[in-house]
Write a protein that binds this ligand. Structure first.
Ligand code: FES
Length: 576
């Protein structure tokens, strides 16, 4: 049996009698000629387009380019919407809905007459959500991310979307910027279609999709408005038809080797800590063994090669013109830090894809010999009695002098509780204080929002303090910076030790030793736990109820427990 003779779509469009007639007839209401039902592969184009997800608003046009490629290669393209998650608008957090997108897209791919899919994503959660879905369905799939915005421009300098927001806010509080200047700056940061153009979570996850082998080389970096983004989308349309013919599926591409490539690439690009959670969740769908500790172990030998905000100076547009991700992967390959034979959607190995990748600007993409930041400065995994399941810290976004720190805790049960007093000039806080912000995890907020890097107390900002240690069970935007311990597991809402910290307790952070310690005895910890009461549930119905009942902890990817694994793509029973 050839690949094409076992196409799923023929069970809909190739059927005889009433059933086949109904499937074809209703599709022809769109004006398709009968030849589209001649047994050619049907390619779904899952688009997360929405005006409520501005980073993805151009994906409808990207889909048109994909369709051109599918037609060229002899396929039949059909675009369909998947839940659009806009990072900036969705409350309490887009992360609450990542698994819902994954579940929706998985079911749509399986229930429809599709032989392969092209996944169109952009904003932070849309990329992992669609990859999780594709992994669980395991139909041939290619991703096309929407590309970054053009560089922001403000008063003659480049400003990064996201990253600049934190800086402008601090400058406003400290009196270095006026309200009018802030209002003007708003229009300068996000000035074209595309996702955030710093190395935030969207750029990171686009890079992860490319490093995993799920999107074509250079896809992560073409700006959203660059003609080559549309050219690449057309190419992806051609490629997916070939993948269906060859039956090359996500499970053959996203192997353990591919994840190791992605983790090392994440270290080399100074990527977001959110990649840790998303890669763990995707691996969970595929049954690929991957643990939190892999991120620390695999990244330790990898220096940061890319000089991009929030860690560095440049933005994604500069990264593109400097050579993009292939130039970085070529550096890793030359040092034996890339599994060159990991197969990708090109049909070639990751090493072959980047073998000749040029670099045009060594200010932006550094070499292994002279990196931007030395090996060992990437994301570290911490453990200790305060984080038995683990926690992470992005060393490159932290202040070096705070990576070994001992201070007294100032604990709050929510960011709102903290912000209610953060401007108080009499707040009992100094630069050695360790701010503890809790009940922000998957169950806690709910959805594990990006609230961990709370702004510093006004009193300290006015004294010129720009960083202090913060510890939280939530996440931090990939565009943000600061010495912030994130993803503390188990979270406070699940009864983790973070819930038991009291203001005045001593806490020791030792990143070189990878430890996070609450300096109280085991007996005291046990006594406090006995008196702890779980918070009231957030909901008694709907998605939030389902989510909080079933979400797993950050150290395993915060997927829902019943979504782990794959169900493949058997053709369901007929509908009439
Ligand atoms: Fe969509 Fe940053 S808000 S990528």
């Amino acid at each position: 049996m050839t690949a094409m003779s076992r196409l799923r779509s023929t069970q809909w469009f190739g059927a005889t009698g009433r059933s086949g007639m109904a499937h074809r007839s209703w599709m022809r209401s769109q004006g398709f000629t009968p030849e589209v039902f001649d047994g050619r592969p049907v390619i779904g184009i899952a688009t997360t387009w929405s005006e409520l997800a501005p980073c993805n608003v151009h994906l409808h046009r990207v889909a048109e380019s994909v369709k051109r490629g599918v037609w060229q290669a002899g396929g039949f393209p059909l675009e369909f919407p998947a839940m659009a998650l806009g990072e900036t608008l969705l409350r309490p957090t887009a992360m609450l809905y990542r698994n819902l997108l994954a579940m929706e897209a998985e079911e749509l791919m399986r229930a429809n007459p599709l032989d392969g899919v092209v996944l169109l994503s952009g904003c932070d959660k849309t990329t992992p959500g669609l990859l999780m879905a594709a992994a669980s369905v395991d139909l041939p799939a290619v991703m096309v991310t929407g590309g970054p915005m053009l560089n922001g421009k403000y008063q003659g300098t480049d400003v990064g979307s996201g990253t600049a927001v934190w800086r402008f806010e601090e400058d406003l509080v400290a009196g270095r910027m006026t309200q009018e200047e802030c209002a003007f700056a708003e229009g300068c940061m996000a000035r074209s279609n595309g996702h955030c153009m710093t190395m935030g979570t969207a750029s990171t996850m686009a890079s992860m999709a490319e490093a995993l082998g799920m999107q074509l080389p250079y896809s992560a970096t073409w700006p959203a408005v660059d003609a080559r983004r549309y050219e690449t989308a057309q190419r992806a349309g051609q490629v997916i038809v070939g993948l269906v013919r060859d039956d090359l599926r996500p499970s053959a591409i996203m192997t353990r080797a591919a994840f190791e490539n992605a983790i090392r690439v994440n270290a080399a690009i100074g990527g977001s800590t959110n990649a840790v959670i998303h890669l763990l969740a995707i691996a969970g769908r595929l049954g690929v063994p991957l643990s939190l500790d892999d991120f620390d172990a695999l990244a330790r030998d990898v220096p940061t090669l890319v000089n991009l905000q929030p860690n560095g100076q440049y933005l994604m547009e500069d990264f593109c013109y400097a050579g993009g991700l292939p130039a970085v992967m070529r550096e890793l390959a030359a040092s034996g830090l890339l599994h060159a034979d990991a197969i990708t959607v090109t049909g070639s190995g990751a090493g072959a894809n980047v073998a000749d990748a040029p670099c045009w600007n060594r200010e932006v993409i550094k070499t292994m010999a002279e990196p931007f930041q030395p090996a060992g400065t990437g994301t570290a995994v911490l453990r200790g009695n305060l984080a038995p399941g683990g926690a992470v810290i992005k060393q490159s976004a932290s202040s070096p002098h705070l990576l070994k720190h001992r201070g007294r805790a100032l604990a709050f049960d929510s960011p709102a509780d903290y912000y209610a007093v953060s401007n108080d000039p009499d707040l009992d806080v100094d630069e050695d204080t360790v701010l503890v912000i809790r009940y922000c995890g998957p169950r806690g907020y709910p959805g594990m929002p990006e609230v961990s890097n709370v702004a510093l107390p006004r009193k300290l900002l006015l004294r010129g303090v720009r960083d202090m240690v913060r510890i939280c069970d939530g996440r931090m935007s990939g565009t943000a910076y600061g010495t912030v311990v994130l993803h503390v597991s188990p979270e406070a809402a699940a009864g983790g030790p973070l819930a038991l910290v009291r203001t005045g307790d001593w806490i020791t952070l030792d990143v070189p030793a990878r430890t996070l310690t609450l300096e109280i005895s085991d007996e005291e910890l046990t006594a406090r736990r006995a008196r702890w009461e779980p918070p009231a549930p957030h909901a008694s119905r709907g998605w939030t109820y389902l989510y909080t009942e079933h979400v797993m902890q950050a150290d395993v990817g915060a997927d829902l427990d019943f979504l782990v694994g794959a169900s493949g793509h058997p053709v369901p029973k007929d509908s009439h």
